[in-house]
Design a protein around this ligand. Structure first.
Ligand SMILES: Nc1nc2c(ncn2[C@@H]2O[C@H](COP(=O)(O)OP(=O)(O)O)[C@@H](O)[C@H]2O)c(=O)[nH]1
Ligand SMILES: [Mg+2]
Length: 206
């Protein structure tokens, strides 16, 4: 749940990057961290990583500007994707305001993507949230590998596997090159902030 400080006119929102292990969640945050100005982007904290596998989570705070005179701060988190870290995922997901699901375009990861999305839906429902209540966008990552001879899932197949019942916006991306990274972040930020403002307005009447 967003932290709203009316005395400081500040809203703090939590966006979680979710998805199978090695799909590119940490790489998304690294790209944002490296390319955004220091005024916007705070220090990236990566907790307990080994090689390129996130064992706990990554955290990146952003100051994205003002809406309705309120300063908006967004905190980006990633979860560890490996099946055995479900308790950590549940912890990171607590109080979430928006989710980016990063799917891996590699053909061999087809079932891992589906399992991870099912796991997201289950973990949200354990918090009393249905997937339709939380702003969500999908990112089909590693599209740069289309140039290689590694078999990739066509976007139509990813849509069919993951987005048929959800019908949420999706973005093709390459987190290593940065393609689609800001488009994804912009859309989830917009949806998340809009959702928070609607909830606040519902409570205080504006
Ligand atoms: N070719 C390619 N590799 C990627 C892309 N995104 C991430 N990777 C690589 O995939 C591996 C796992 O990425 P990481 O961000 O740690 O995945 P996470 O487990 O979801 O956080 C790393 O070696 C990345 O360099 C991408 O868009 N294209
Ligand atoms: Mg990671």
């Amino acid at each position: 749940m967003a932290f709203i400080d009316l005395s400081k006119n500040q809203i703090q929102a939590k966006i979680v990057y979710y998805g199978p292990g090695r799909g590119g969640k940490t790489t998304n945050l690294l790209y944002v961290h490296e390319s955004m100005s220091k005024q916007v982007c705070g220090k990236m904290v990566t907790v307990d990583t080994k090689g390129d596998r996130t064992l706990f989570f990554d955290f990146l705070p952003l100051n994205i500007g003002q809406v309705l005179n309120m300063t908006i701060r967004i905190q980006l988190y990633t979860v560890p994707g490996q099946v055995m870290y479900n308790s950590t995922r549940k912890l990171v997901l607590r109080g979430v305001d928006g989710v980016v699901f990063v799917a891996d375009s590699l053909k061999v990861q087809k079932n891992k993507n589906i399992e991870s999305l099912e796991n997201l839906i289950k973990n949200l429902s354990d918090q009393g949230l249905s997937v339709g209540q939380v702003p969500l966008v999908l990112q089909y990552n590693k599209r740069d590998l289309i140039e290689s001879n590694i078999p990739l899932l066509p976007v139509a197949e990813l849509e069919c596997d993951l987005n048929e019942g959800l019908n949420v916006p999706y973005f093709e991306a390459s987190a290593v090159l940065g393609t689609g990274v800001y488009e994804t972040l912009r859309e989830i930020s917009k949806r998340t902030v809009r959702n928070i403002i609607q909830k606040v307005c519902g409570q205080i009447g504006c």
